[in-house]
Design a protein around this ligand. Sequence first.
Ligand SMILES: Nc1ncnc2c1ncn2[C@@H]1O[C@H](COP(=O)(O)OP(=O)(O)O)[C@@H](O)[C@H]1O
Ligand SMILES: [Mg+2]
Length: 360
Amino acid sequence: MIISLLELNNFRNYETLNLELSKDINILYGDNAQGKTNVLEALYLCSTTKSHKGAKDKDMIRIGCDESHLRMYFSRTGINHKIDMHLRKSARKGVAVDGIPVKRSSEVYGLMNVVFFSPEDLSMIKNGPADRRRFVDAELCQLNRAYLQYLSDYNKTLEQRNDLLKQISFNKSLRDTVEIWDKQLARYGRFLIETRKEFIDELNEIVGDIHKNISGGKENLVVKYEPSVGPEEFEQKLTETLDRDLYQKNTGIGPHRDELSFFVKDENLKLYGSQGQQRTAALSVKMAEIELVRKKVGENPILLLDDVLSELDRGRQQSLLNSINGIQTIITCTGLEEFVGYRSRMNTLYKVTSGSIEKL
Ligand SMILES: Nc1ncnc2c1ncn2[C@@H]1O[C@H](COP(=O)(O)OP(=O)(O)O)[C@@H](O)[C@H]1O
Ligand SMILES: [Mg+2]
């Protein structure tokens, strides 16, 4: 997959932008708060219909404007495509693929595969479980459109069940109606649990070698999926824990409580790993994500690296830069020190200054 052109209109701090990208490494550099990350956000948004940091549409529209237009030209399996996106202050976004409006923006999912890598991803292992679930969900939604639908259905059902739990405290006769939501929640949840398990199994087939490589052959990394409840017992367990759920007015078990752990030599990195080990493992997992997309989709994803190189030591920087051979990459950074030694592959350099980009 290759993105050839991004056009923006009143998006974040860009009034207009016409950015041609090269098929190799593109480096956007400039001081802080100039609009580097905004470009990556625009690319991620066009590819997945969502902001990588979960920003609302109205917040991405340029301040003082009512709407925002984005257009991305790209190719996949040698065929050219175009995505148009129209963000509005108080209405749903409009999306068109190759000039044809789509009914649901989720139809765009799966057309493009992007891997976004930010400094926060490097702290994935020491952060809370929600960050690790987000990592799994973001990837699975791109690889599996059914997953996206089930996840959305699950979350809606979960919200409705939690609302009902609150109502029951005022109206005990509603207690019998919980069962209907439990059945649905268990149906959607089973799919999420099984698909997550499969994904982690596949990730493990790849991540071990990558991690051995980065850690100098010393460490063997294993990712463990720890579902809060098994797929087959989910419905039964919901019934068994209903009293507790009613007391706490929320649902205590299910995929929204799943955990992911990272082990080196049977030691849980979250508890026993040094910060360096945790970050290296996170890097390995992100690199495995690229490989997994390549395996499943048959093409390289686009890699968006937001300010991560300066967070890595020399050896890790090189592992990362070496592994992106042949992958279109857009890198943001404030300085260019990290690229010494990679000059031949730094084919396109852009200077970003307060909402305008100059190709050097
Ligand atoms: N909706 C918006 N309208 C106008 N400017 C915005 C909007 N959202 C963010 N900005 C501006 O974008 C800049 C930050 O851009 P960002 O891409 O995060 O910078 P960096 O170059 O550090 O990555 C800030 O100056 C911020 O004020
Ligand atoms: Mg930034």
